[in-house]
Ligand binder design. Structure first.
Ligand code: GTP
Ligand code: MG
Length: 450
């Protein structure tokens, strides 16, 4: 039988779908299917070639996140790694917070196309208060996972031509202090290690002496271990790359130098940094680990980084997210729980909650109505009392006024009586007065006649 070497396949597979096919092949092989010998050539030994052709046709995508304080040489290193010039302007250093800038590029080498995204943490480490520096980076990584998950959950999925923006590797730039990691570095790497493959690198390694560099590397690794920070380990399970990856794991963190400047050394043009005291050759392994980084990142482990992103980091995000949404694989009795059952359970739970909320709102409404009713009754009673008080007051006042009127009427009557009596007396007096006058007149007349 023509067997397909599993390790070989892993090197060739590039897309999520192809990864599934490899898993299926490996599963069937490990299940110990019946071995039959073929009596002639059939042609399925071209399977790896078919996969290669398909992958080459589709092209590849790779997303790199560069995290590190401003001016540590992130852009220069990217330019050096891909032998091109990506972006021109250095980032502003007076940002109030860290923000993420993503640039997409299409590169081609031979007939292989690569969609490359370089994501930068602009303003990282520039703030006085660095507590929240990691947040926007974590949010960005999660947002890419979320976008992929949403695409996966769609009814009409287009994952085969979906632009995968999930971060495959985070190059964490460590300042060449020669001392130890800064707390900002530790906190950020700790927050990122379950979400992305971290490869720590010592930036601008030409500014640190050889002896100091070795001590610095050991110090960094021991600090990472003691703080429980998980960095990406180059895989050693594939025998074709186990040896080189094993050796390279011991070299972490890589101490790199970046430069796009080319200098003639001997009769060759080489990328180097020139100083008054000498020249640092970027691609000289006795000068720095740039070549090691390039080999590990691009030539040997690019596919593993993509695979780890999908099977480890994205899977963790997806699991947490689906559990958060209430999906689970088994019920409390550890029996398989289908999506339909989960949906039904969730729906019932939701309806129950809705009913409970409705009942609560109804009770609340009745209580509020009762409260309002008793408040109104209280107000009505108060109004009645007030009305009664005012009525009584009014009656008392009325009575008082009537009494007063009566006494005034009595006074008027008495006055009128007195007035009539006085008038009578006066007329009587006048009458008697005039009679006397007449009498005296008569008497005078009589006396005159005599
Ligand atoms: P921001 O985008 O502003 O955060 O900066 P950056 O991290 O992208 O740094 P950039 O690549 O712009 O480099 C900043 C300065 O450091 C430039 O003057 C580079 O020439 C210099 N530089 C870059 N790499 C190295 C290196 O390996 N060693 C030394 N000594 N200098 C370097
Ligand atoms: Mg830059």
């Amino acid at each position: 039988m023509h067997s397909v070497p599993v390790a070989g396949i892993r090197q060739l597979l590039v897309s999520g779908g192809s990864t599934m096919a490899a898993a299926e092949v490996a599963r069937q092989m490990s299940e110990g299917a019946r071995n039959l010998s073929l009596s002639g050539h059939v042609g399925f030994d071209s399977m790896p070639d078919q996969l290669v052709n398909k992958s080459v046709c589709q092209g590849f995508c790779f997303n790199i996140l560069c995290v590190g304080e401003t001016g540590l040489g992130k852009s220069t290193l990217m330019d050096t790694l891909f032998n091109t010039r990506f972006e021109g302007d250095p980032a502003a250093h007076n940002q109030p917070g860290v923000h993420i800038k993503s640039n997409n590029y299409e590169l081609q080498e031979s007939n292989v196309r690569l969609k490359l995204s370089i994501v930068n943490s602009v303003g990282f480490g520039d703030q006085i208060n660095k507590e929240e520096s990691y947040k926007s980076i974590v949010e960005f990584i999660d947002a890419q996972f979320e976008a992929y998950l949403q695409e996966e959950l769609k009814i009409k999925r287009t994952l085969h031509n979906y632009h995968d923006s999930r971060i495959h590797v985070c190059l964490y730039f460590i300042a060449p202090t020669g001392h130890s990691l800064k707390s900002l570095d530790l906190v950020t790497m700790k927050k990122l290690d379950s979400k992305v493959n971290i490869i720590p690198i010592i930036a601008k390694a030409d500014s640190i002496s050889k002896n100091e560099l070795q001590k610095f590397k050991i110090k960094i690794m021991s600090e990472l271990v003691s703080n429980g920070v998980q960095i990406y380990q180059f895989p050693t399970d594939d025998e074709t790359v186990a040896e080189i990856n094993g050796t390279m794991n011991a070299h972490l963190p890589f101490a790199v130098v970046g430069s796009t400047e080319e200098i003639k050394i001997g009769n060759k043009m080489m990328k180097a940094r020139q100083y008054p005291w000498g020249t640092v050759q970027v691609e000289n392994e006795s000068h720095c680990d740039f070549v090691k980084l390039r080999e590990m990142l691009i030539r040997v482990n690019m596919e593993d980084l993509r695979e780890q992103t999908h099977t480890r980091h994205y899977e963790l995000y997806r699991r947490c997210k689906l559990e958060e949404m209430g999906f689970k694989d088994t019920d409390p009795d550890n029996k398989p729980f289908s999506l339909q059952e989960t949906y039904e359970a969730k729906r019932n739970e939701f309806l129950g909650e809705l009913q409970k909320k409705e009942e609560e709102m109804r009770q609340m409404f009745v209580m509020r109505v009762k409260e309002k009713e008793s408040e109104l009754k209280e107000a009505e009673k108060e109004l009645h009392d007030k009305f009664d008080r005012l009525k009584k007051l009014h009656q008392d006042e009325k009575k008082k006024l009537e009494d007063k009127k009566k006494s005034l009427d009595d006074e008027i009557n008495a006055f009128k009586q007195r007035k009539t009596a006085a008038e009578l007396l006066q007329s009587q007096a006048q009458q008697s007065g005039s009679q006397q006058t007449l009498k005296r007149e008569k008497e005078r007349k009589n006396s005159g006649f005599l």
